[in-house]
Design a protein around this ligand. Structure first.
Ligand code: GSH
Length: 284
């Protein structure tokens, strides 16, 4: 596998890189971002995975999330993948160019699609759970025994479900305005029907609340949710996660933040808190 360097740019006391490679999971080129704080020769740093939301590429968090200073100060590498396969290669397989903002390109939902025409390329679960970690471990100074995961909205759903399905892999899990139950919201209904089909039993491994109901647990969880988020009531439904963790007796801090909406203005306000929270656990 060849890793192409798209760009490397000095930012605070570290380097923001963008890289591209041919993905075996998606059968397309994939682009991802990695921020590497300055470190001693041979030193390996903890890594925080960042999964982005609907419409995002690898770039939105890199330019709007303002994670660089906290990562540099605390010595945490941050990796931000794209949210779906993209590009002209998909058209030969009848995947629409960009069907909607909440389905198809830019909206992979971190699932392995089983329905055509998505099944051939939309394997974002394999990509973020298996392929990208192996690439990052090979090419960057990461300590894979110290991994954390976070994300925003659809990416918050990704962070929660990837972590719940992989017990012990992540020392810390957090989310901003996550979709907590695709089984119970229009974004989830649309995407999972399209990618996985109508049988909702197949959706449960992609639903944080269902995974918890079915017995999965995290040792700890931090969630921030803007109380003025337009998507809160219809799509995000934070109360379902509050109920699931309470019923499971799972350790979780779920904070409603007055006045904040769904945007990266909200995420950038609390990102340093989250990175410090992850760093505490990754360095313990
Ligand atoms: N564009 C959609 C909303 C999509 C949206 O809010 N996406 C969030 C994640 S779910 C995001 O991060 N967008 C990209 C950005 O703000 O840079 C709409 O018009 O309703």
């Amino acid at each position: 596998m060849t890793l192409e360097t798209v760009s490397e740019t000095r930012c605070f006391t570290g380097t923001q890189g963008v890289y591209r490679h041919d993905s075996s999971s998606t059968g397309t080129p994939m682009t991802f971002a990695v921020y590497v704080p300055d470190h001693a020769e041979g030193e390996k740093l903890p890594v925080l995975w960042w999964l982005s939301g609907l419409t995002c590429t690898h770039e939105n968090a890199m330019t709007k999330c303002a994670y660089h200073k906290a990562c540099a100060d605390l010595g945490v590498i941050l990796v931000g993948p794209d949210t779906s396969p993209r590009g002209p290669d998909l058209n030969g397989d009848d995947v629409p160019d960009d069907e909607a903002y909440d389905f198809g390109q830019g909206a992979g939902f971190y699932v392995n699609a089983t329905q055509d025409p998505w099944a051939k390329h939309f394997h974002m679960r394999d990509y973020v759970e298996q392929e990208l970690p192996a690439i990052v471990a090979e090419h960057f100074p990461v300590d894979m025994d110290r991994q954390g995961i976070s994300g925003h909205s659809m990416g918050g759903h990704g962070a929660l479900t990837v972590s719940l399905r992989n017990p012990g892999r992540f020392r810390s899990t957090s989310a901003f305005a996550p979709i907590v139950s695709p089984l119970n919201c229009p974004w989830g209904e649309k995407a999972l029907t399209g990618y996985l089909g109508a049988d909702k039993a197949a959706w449960r491994e992609y639903d944080a609340c269902a995974l918890i109901e079915d017995g999965a647990r995290l040792s700890d969880l931090l969630v921030d949710q803007g109380a003025a988020d337009n998507f809160l009531e219809e799509q995000l439904k934070t109360h379902l996660l509050e109920k699931a963790v309470a019923e499971a007796g799972m350790n979780a801090t779920i904070r409603m933040q007055d006045g904040y909406d769904h945007s990266y203005f909200f995420v950038s306000t609390f990102i340093a808190d989250h990175i410090a929270w992850h760093a505490e656990r990754l360095k313990a």
